[in-house]
Write a protein that binds this ligand. Structure first.
Ligand SMILES: Cc1cc2nc3c(=O)[nH]c(=O)nc-3n(C[C@H](O)[C@H](O)[C@H](O)COP(=O)(O)O)c2cc1C
Length: 187
């Protein structure tokens, strides 16, 4: 395999961070990562993503109280991250239901995943740790934001500088031969 490109090095460097330093995150860095998300591709160029940044401690705690309760309490440690970012999609009936239904896919979830990972990689490039959070009460999140119809809460991100003692190992990955196939179907 050819040697690592800067992009591949960034992909190797990124890992999920769950313990954060007690250090604020600069708005400029968040804005740069949001700009990377803004540039993501999307089905029909609909750009359904909305990123809601909680970097004020009281507002962040209120959000965490709303979405990490009950069965989701396992995620409450993410309340200690300096920043929480909610990723929503603005649902579009044509893109999601009609085109997605015919093609048998959920385009707007794909869109959100792409934009979300643009955000995550741009954070990593700037030395910020992130963790995708799927285990939260997505309905409570929408209620918390006063949103009812037309939106879906897809994910949260914890964002901050990794704690010094954060030595989480990188979980193993499948080998290339297990995930990529040229001119044939997987077994
Ligand atoms: C859609 C999605 C949801 C995730 N939800 C959680 C979560 O709720 N809690 C958590 O600790 N990690 C969560 N993760 C992080 C994964 O556990 C992590 O990406 C995986 O174990 C690989 O580790 P790495 O990101 O350090 O390479 C999530 C990741 C993705 C992509």
């Amino acid at each position: 395999m050819s040697s690592d490109s800067p992009f591949l090095q960034l992909c190797r460097k990124r890992r999920s961070v769950r313990r954060f330093a007690d250090r604020p995150v600069e708005r400029e860095k968040l804005l740069l990562a949001l700009e990377a998300a803004r540039l993501a591709p999307s089905a029909d160029n609909f750009q359904p993503w909305r990123f809601i940044v909680f970097d004020e401690p009281e507002r962040k705690q209120a959000l965490a109280d709303a979405v990490f309760k009950g069965v989701f309490a396992a995620s409450s440690r993410f309340a200690r991250a300096p920043v929480l970012v909610a990723l929503l999609i603005r649902e579009n009936v044509i893109v999601n239901r009609v085109a997605g239904g015919i093609a048998g896919n959920q385009f707007q979830l794909i869109d959100a995943g792409i934009a979300g990972e643009h955000f995550v990689l741009a954070c990593a490039e700037q030395g910020l740790g992130t963790c995708w959070i799927g285990w939260f009460d997505s309905r409570a999140l929408l209620r918390h934001l006063g949103l009812r119809r037309g939106y879906r809460a897809v994910a949260l991100f914890a964002v901050g500088y990794p704690a010094d003692e954060d030595h989480e190992r990188i979980p193993r990955r499948k080998r290339l031969e297990e995930i990529a196939f040229f001119n044939r179907a997987p077994e």
